[in-house]
Design a protein around this ligand. Structure first.
Ligand code: NAP
Length: 372
């Protein structure tokens, strides 16, 4: 069956890899109807040119309204959510309410509003398919098994650039150090989150919502080779892992096509090429963001939305040279204390605490950390 796709965040790392996958699948299966980014750029213009001949691609720029307009096009049946950050929240909600296939890379949306998004997806028959490689691995491993058969889930983590650094060395990490991820080439925000391991904290919350488990049943294991993308442990003790190269194109293809399997030529990993696979416990004292995320989802309500927004703002601040790598954690924790939690919550509540958390971090960076 043909699919008509809107790609939210088409110029980013996931967006461009999505277009590569769509090219491999072929225009007889998938049409690109909308490409949305935040800025007009040569890459966006090039994409528009490339897809305007074979398809009716419409290029949109500048924020939430464009994202929602693309999703609301009645011809669109599949949305790829690949915007960096919670800016895609309202568009994802619109896609769920329309009952579309929602291929979601943007974990921040589920962190900020997991309860709401999951409820709307259920109510309106939307299919929410994870693109994050860990969550795609879990999704693949549980096919055919009921929720009662799952004991725990193990998210693998490369450990990022600071896996072997001491806590003291991390104190002095530069922007270039933090952007130097050993196995994945990704956008700036997720790369910094990987260095602090906040990315894994966000993924714990993402897994809680996608698979209906409490955080206490989602473990993190450091696996530097990034070959095993995650594991499911069943109630009988059996452990199922999904393996492959660290290449986002396969999880993107699975989200677009599941349950169809197509050979699109994405490089395959032969077992003899795997080499030695290592698994280590994570050092939570060195990476305190993990416990912060666990605390946020345990507390629930709007607290994860506050943590997420504060983290987005502080990562932007770090990349702009306004705080050090080691200061980020304390600022996010302070924002979680400062913003009044709300429970139960609506979209308005979430957007409200999100704005408060960003304002809090901005003021922190300007007043306490000597913004330039
Ligand atoms: N990269 C990966 O390998 C990977 C893996 C797993 C999950 N993810 C998740 O996927 C998401 C995207 O990551 P990424 O690495 O692809 O990020 P990225 O390379 O920074 O790309 C972000 C994309 O979002 C667009 N964008 C940002 N804010 C927007 C807004 N307000 N309105 C419209 N478009 C906006 C950007 O447009 P401009 O180019 O115009 O700024 C760009 O196209 C993140 O949530 C990340 O956690 C990524």
């Amino acid at each position: 069956m043909r699919q008509n796709v809107a790609i939210l965040g088409s110029t980013g790392s996931i967006g461009t890899q999505t277009l590569d996958v769509i090219d491999r699948i072929g225009s007889s299966h998938i049409d690109v109807l909308h490409l949305v980014a935040n800025h007009r750029s040569p890459r966006l213009d090039e994409q528009a040119k490339r897809y305007s001949g074979a398809t009716s691609a419409a290029v949109m720029v500048d924020g939430p309204k464009c994202l929602i307009d693309a999703v609301m096009d009645p011809r669109v049946d599949t949305v790829v959510v690949a915007v960096s950050g919670a800016a895609a929240l309202e568009a994802t909600i619109a896609a769920c309410v329309r009952g579309l296939r929602v291929c979601i890379a943007t974990k921040e949306v589920l962190v900020a509003a997991g309860a709401l998004v999951m409820q709307l997806a259920r109510d309106h028959g939307a299919a929410l398919l994870p693109i994050d490689s860990e969550h795609s691995a879990l999704f693949q491993a549980i096919q055919g098994y009921g929720p009662d058969t799952i004991d725990r889930m193990h998210l693998t983590a490369s450990g990022g650039p600071f896996r072997t650094w001491s806590a003291d060395q991390i104190q002095n990490a530069t922007i270039a150090d933090a952007l130097n991820h050993p196995t994945w080439k990704m956008g700036g925000k997720i790369t910094i989150d990987s260095a602090s391991m906040m990315n894994k904290g966000l993924e714990i919350i993402e897994a809680c919502w996608l698979y209906g488990l409490p955080e206490s049943r989602i473990d993190v294991v450091v696996h530097p080779q990034s070959i095993v993308h995650s594991l499911v442990e069943f109630t009988d003790g059996s452990l199922l892992a999904q393996m492959g190269y660290p290449d986002m194109r396969l999880p993107i293809q699975i989200a677009l096509l599941h349950p169809t399997k197509l050979d699109t030529g994405i490089p395959r990993l032969h077992p003899t090429q795997m080499g030695t696979l290592e698994f280590h416990a994570v050092d939570t004292a060195k990476f305190p963001a993990l416990e912060l995320a666990r605390e946020a989802i345990r507390t629930g309500g709007t607290v994860p939305a506050v943590m997420n927004a504060a983290n987005e703002a502080v990562v932007a601040g770090f990349l702009a040279g306004k705080c050090t790598f080691a200061q980020m954690h304390g600022i996010v924790a302070a924002a979680m204390d400062a913003v009044q939690p709300l429970d139960p919550m609506s979209l308005t509540d979430i957007l409200d605490v999100d704005a408060q958390a960003r304002a809090y971090v901005t003021s922190c960076l300007e007043n306490h950390f000597g913004a330039s």
